[in-house]
Design a protein around this ligand. Structure first.
Ligand SMILES: Cc1ncc(COP(=O)(O)O)c(C=O)c1O
Length: 375
């Protein structure tokens, strides 16, 4: 009997809520856009949905710029804000939409090395003593380890030193409560498809005083000329609905995911004893990086067949193993073994139990080549 596919890679993407997919489809009948004369029905609906998002983020609607996703929002920050060799400080575990953009554009970059997931603040303080920095770009929650960076402390330092702070909240929004009042950043990146919304849409919150400083990536008219192009109102409404729903259900979803993750880790500890390890610390329960001694993650992923987990971020698909686990040198020796389980709102105990069962089976039956693969 073929088994239903089990998706435990929710940090890569999530399944759009059925209600949101239906809503987008229904709204397609309102195809008139803003530029065709008086405010159309779709404009009015979009206005209402965006209003809800501004209440959640506690910001002004003009401070929200709609993009094609978090990658574009991150690009907009780097390419739009930094000029003439101005310096940026970031970490070596950022998403490639930050790291590759900085590299390709030869931006004057100071890289905080996350030898362990916890050394960030000390290094940050040291670096800013010796350099004049324009921008700090730090992700809130790491996409491979789930580790939460101390953004409040970083924000405090940045504001004291007059450094603009950008937070990549792609993996944090919907897992932590994020708004401008409790997350005092100047720029915040959010992606819709990570929170059960449609793909191809995301947003960059830009503090109003910074807007005139941004050079647009895509020029033309709309969105205060910062990001031109006809607004995809139906998808924006979908993204707004996803933001509203995840915000409303945050406590309940987090509680469910915490229980599932605890169940998974406890069972794996019982089963594999000291052969099992994972990156712990101040982290979200949704994403956990783990390893089982002698079990190569690439082969493990192949053998899991109907279960999707990951051993690197989707943006790293050309490399064999995670570059982040490599940079966190403490865990480098587990690089070829480490895999990420990212649990979402739709996962169940049954699915987690099945993953555990399969891991046990693969571990006990795979003597060759898994056990002989050089670690
Ligand atoms: C931390 C982080 N930033 C940015 C992105 C890019 O997101 P998008 O797919 O919306 O471009 C991702 C996607 O995995 C991510 O995890």
């Amino acid at each position: 009997m073929s088994r239903k596919h089990i998706f435990l890679n929710n940090a890569a993407t999530t399944k759009i809520r059925k209600t949101i997919a239906k809503k987008i489809y229904k709204l397609e009948k309102y195809y008139l856009n803003t530029r065709t004369g008086k405010a159309s029905k779709i404009d009015k609906i979009t206005h209402l949905y965006i209003h809800k998002v501004t209440q959640i983020l506690k910001c002004h609607r003009k401070e929200i710029i709609w993009t094609s996703g978090a990658t574009e929002a991150n690009n907009m920050v780097i390419k739009g804000l930094l000029k003439n060799h101005e310096k940026v400080v970031t970490t070596d575990t950022e998403h490639d939409s930050i790291l590759k953009t900085l590299k390709i554009h030869k931006v004057n970059t100071l890289l905080l090395k996350t030898h362990t997931p916890y050394t960030l603040i000390t290094q940050f303080k040291k670096i800013i003593q010796n350099h004049k920095i324009k921008l700090a770009s730090i992700c809130y929650v790491n996409n491979e380890t789930g580790i939460i960076n101390n953004i409040k402390k970083i924000a405090h330092i940045c504001h004291k030193e007059n450094i603009i702070l950008h937070i990549d909240a792609t993996q944090a929004f919907g897992k932590l409560t994020i708004n401008i009042a409790n997350t005092p950043a100047d720029l915040i990146t959010i992606s819709s498809h990570k929170i059960y919304g449609p793909k191809g849409i995301g947003l960059l919150y830009i503090k109003s005083s910074l807007i005139p400083q941004i050079t647009p990536l895509i020029t033309g008219g709309q969105q205060q000329s910062i990001r031109a192009g006809t607004l995809p109102q139906q998808t924006i409404i979908g993204a707004c609905a996803a933001i509203t729903a995840i915000h409303k259900n945050l406590k309940r979803t987090t509680s469910k995911i915490t229980k599932l993750n605890t169940f998974l880790l406890n069972k794996l500890k019982q089963t594999f004893k000291t052969n099992f390890g994972y990156i712990s610390g101040n982290k979200v329960p949704h994403i956990t990086c783990m390893w089982i001694k002698n079990l190569n993650s690439t082969l493990l992923i192949k053998k899991l067949k109907t279960i999707t987990i990951a051993n690197k971020a989707a943006c790293n698909y050309t490399s064999t193993y995670s570059h982040k686990i490599k940079t966190i040198t403490k865990f480098n020796k587990y690089r070829k073994l480490s895999f990420r389980v990212s649990i979402g709102k739709n996962n169940s105990y049954c699915e987690i139990a099945y993953l555990i069962k399969k891991l046990k089976e693969i571990y006990t039956t795979s003597i060759n080549p898994l056990f002989q693969e050089k670690q």
